[in-house]
Write a protein that binds this ligand. Structure first.
Ligand code: BGC
Length: 807
């Protein structure tokens, strides 16, 4: 069949009446677009995601009626794979399933930043780090879209809490928005061009994101070059015509005609231009026909996809702690309890989650999975001897009889644990503790589970805890247990993946994509998270996650990027060429990583950048690269990275662009944000100087540091004599040169008249020269950003000249 060309779409658009166009801009029902049969425009279907297909059944009138599908690990888990290929594979499999079930677009990935461990939807989000989230999302999108199925990158933007998510305003400054909350979207857009983007429910600094031209048009389309369509989150539309004008093309779901009429009226009244209408219709038509033109059969093989879900989870499980208990060394199932040293049983499994693991979160991503396996079943299948105690029951309440039953369950578990050589407790958060729609109020696991772990570990320190949770939990028993395995919400095959890891047939290789703080109170958003019904103040600014904990050198439970292996890795030969970076050049970084242990394994090598220039307040380190590599025991591999100017940059709100100051930067490579194994310094030569305003109050230090003004200032100063200058040795000892420099740094230039004995005439000449030299540098380079910076410098100094005169 002939594919639809741009000209075909334009021709189709011309044939549409105003009413038809307006109807196309709103969903037909909950999941479908509007068909226009007269012109052969079909209705296409979208479906949640992101970690499985939640496609509504054909007959399903109910929002929650979805077909049976494979549940893959949720994003909290897959992000811990730190593996672009894993995300690509997940996307690719989901695209097959979409084709098979006639779904045009899967509603994901979700890349909102984990600002607080409390956000109810963290299990669906990837990371506290925008670089990691952006890289993984781009791979997922490519995996899906290479097969002609669309994605919907969501929720654009600053949707970092569930509390009042439909009306609350996320209030953040420009630098914070640009450095923390937008880059994951930016990378995904620039690298993978998702067919659709879903705008978020919330407001940003008082304006609904769906009505923000700044976000949906100026940044998304003009700056990042986005060519796809923007749809609303479900029920996020407040003012439809304002949204259309801002850049939201499609409203989902249907507004039952209400907003279609609003659009028609607005066009007729001349309040909404036909051009705006046509632009959005064209984007929708392109999207519809791109799907129609690329439809394929698509494979939906439950067994095969289940196996893939297991492989993905194995890449994602994070071994948080291991004092040698793992991998398990079990007695042979011969009935002879050799090596058990007086214990009756080799292995004791404890916990309801061993039978029924918690493998996914609640809300719109919930998959109707049919092949869920817990570890208990897997151990049975493998014919491994074990005893089992339930330990806790998530359905028990606080009624007195239930409380008694809880104590009883713990008692039974402790008894078995005492008689066993190895104990594995499967624990974590029950469904009601975290879900879309509401946030958590604390980071604790249920009391009875904490008590169970404490008592069992006391009875038998050879205890491993396997965790099933979508976000960090506090672990009051962390020092009591031998090992901790973070399985997250690992999809329907979680039991199989975890068992392979416990038994050592797979070597754990996941790394935390988020920090586990010691206490909730340590989290930087603690005082400003979801505590005001209308506004959320992002007061911590850019200091989110490890950017905060590491900069403040705070103890954490487990740091960002942490994850153990059954083997060990040694880093050596860090080399950087060249060691000075200029303009749009790049630098290459390489190092050698050796597997020094006995197991084959995978290591995630992480690259962080530390800004030493002191040009701005910056986090101690920021992730700018990661590579997951497989290394056979005893072998070594070379790992390489490439960095550019943007990797050194911060968002300069004065220049309104990414900016790196000239000076030194440290390149750190390591196994987690707290386990840096090698570091080297590079120099960046900047052609962009930030604006420098010349007034009587300009600081001397700023003038002496800036290459444009340094020489003139020094020359002027040499005409006078500083009051600090002395030959008196006693005074010299009391006020060292270093102290003088430090004090002079912030000294307003006006003071050189008295402190340096500069005449008023020479002073005024210096001011004039400084302004001239700043103005004359405007055409130094053709770099666009330089021009921006200098335009600002010029206008600022022109304005300030008046002020100087008036004084
Ligand atoms: C969620 C989206 C989801 C949509 C459709 C909304 O409530 O925020 O992530 O895709 O519902 O289910």
């Amino acid at each position: 069949m002939k594919k639809h060309s741009e000209a075909d779409i334009t021709a189709l658009l011309k044939k549409l009446t105003l009413e038809e166009k307006a109807s196309l801009l709103c969903g037909k029902d909950f999941w479908r677009t509007k068909n226009i049969d007269r012109l052969g425009i079909p209705s296409i279907m979208v479906s949640d995601g992101p970690h499985g297909l939640r496609r509504q059944t054909e007959e399903g009138a109910n929002f929650n009626d979805s077909i049976q599908a494979v549940c893959f690990p949720a994003a909290c888990a897959t992000a811990s794979s730190f593996d672009r290929n894993v995300l690509h594979q997940l996307g690719s499999v989901l695209a097959d399933e979409c084709h098979n079930k006639n779904v045009s677009t899967i509603l994901g990935p979700a890349v909102n930043i984990k600002r607080s461990p409390l956000c109810g939807r963290n299990f669906e989000y990837m990371s506290e780090d925008p670089y990691l989230a952006g890289q993984l999302a781009a791979s997922y999108i490519k995996g899906v879209q290479e097969k002609g199925i669309g994605t919907s990158l969501k929720h654009f933007a600053l949707n970092n809490q569930e509390y009042r998510r439909l009306t609350n305003s996320s209030d953040a400054d420009e630098r914070t928005i640009r450095e923390i909350y937008l880059p994951a979207f930016e990378t995904a857009v620039k690298e993978a061009q998702p067919y659709t983007i879903m705008h978020s429910y919330n407001k940003i600094n008082g304006t609904y994101s769906g009505e923000s031209k700044w976000l949906l048009t100026d940044i998304l389309r003009k700056e990042w070059g986005y060519t796809g369509l923007v749809m609303s989150d479900w029920g996020a539309v407040s003012n439809r015509t304002a949204g259309l004008e801002a850049g939201c093309d499609l409203e989902m779901p249907s507004s039952n005609g209400v907003n279609t009429q609003q659009i028609i009226k607005a066009v007729k009244d001349g309040k909404l231009s036909k051009k705006t209408l046509d632009l959005s219709c064209k984007r929708i038509l392109k999207w519809i026909f791109n799907y129609i033109d690329n439809q394929q059969e698509g494979e939906f093989d439950f067994a095969k996809h289940h196996r893939i879900a297991k492989e993905i989870e194995k890449e994602s499980v994070v071994l948080l702690k291991n004092n040698g208990m793992l991998p398990l060394k079990l007695a042979k199932p011969s009935g002879v309890m050799a090596g058990l040293k007086g214990k009756k049983y080799s292995l004791c499994l404890i916990g309801e989650f061993a039978e029924k693991p918690r493998y996914q979160g609640g809300g719109s991503s919930h998959i109707n999975a049919v092949n869920v396996k817990g570890s208990l079943e897997v151990f049975k299948e493998k014919r491994i001897d074990f005893v089992y105690a339930k330990g806790y029951d998530t359905s028990l309440t606080d009624k007195i009889e239930d409380v008694n039953e809880r104590e009883n369950l713990i008692r039974k578990a402790v008894k078995l644990a005492k008689q066993s050589k190895n104990v594995i407790i499967f624990a974590g958060l029950p469904d009601s503790f975290e879900s879309e729609g509401y946030d958590r109020s604390h980071m604790d696991m249920p009391d009875d589970q904490n008590e169970l772990i404490r008592q069992v570990a006391r009875a038998n320190p050879k205890t491993t805890v396997v965790l099933h949770n979508g976000s960090p939990v506090s672990m009051p028993w962390v020092n009591d247990v031998n090992a901790i395995v973070e399985a997250y919400l690992g999809g329907e095959a979680v039991g199989e993946a975890v068992t392979d890891i416990l038994l050592g047939s797979s070597n754990p290789c996941g790394k935390l994509a988020e920090t586990f703080p010691l206490r909730l109170e340590d989290n930087p958003s603690y005082l400003n998270f979801a505590n005001d019904k209308d506004h959320t103040n992002y007061a911590e600014g850019i200091f989110v996650g490890y950017r905060w904990y590491d900069s403040r050198n705070m103890d954490v439970l487990f740091p960002f990027g942490h994850g153990l292996s059954y083997t060990t890795f040694e880093y050596s030969n860090l080399s950087i060429t060249p060691t000075n970076l200029k303009n749009d050049n790049t630098i290459s970084i390489s190092l050698s990583v050796k597997n020094t242990g006995k197991y084959d394994g995978k290591e995630v090598v992480q690259l962080y950048v530390c800004d030493k220039t002191k040009a701005a307040v910056r986090p101690l380190k920021e992730l700018r690269g990661f590579e997951k590599v497989f290394i056979k025991a005893g072998s070594r591999v070379k790992v390489t990275f490439t960095l550019n100017k943007r990797d050194l940059s911060w968002y300069n709100p004065e220049l309104h662009c990414w900016y790196a100051a000239g000076g030194q930067y440290e390149i750190l490579v390591g196994s987690s944000s707290r386990d840096i194994r090698a570091r080297k310094t590079i120099t960046y030569e900047s052609t962009i100087q930030p604006p420098l305003e010349i007034t009587d109050d300009t600081a001397l230090g700023d003038l002496l540091r800036d290459p444009r003004t340094k020489e003139i200032t020094l020359a002027a100063l040499s005409k006078g004599k500083s009051v600090f200058e002395t030959e008196n040795t006693t005074v010299k000892e009391a006020i060292s040169d270093e102290m003088t420099i430090q004090m002079e740094d912030g000294n307003p230039i006006r003071n050189i008249r008295t402190w340096n004995n500069i005449s008023q005439k020479d002073y005024l000449k210096l001011i004039k020269d400084l302004k001239e030299v700043l103005c004359s540098k405007t055409s130094e380079t053709s770099d666009k950003k330089t021009k921006v910076s200098e335009r600002k410098t010029k206008s600022a100094s022109t304005q300030k000249r008046k002020i100087v005169k008036e004084k």
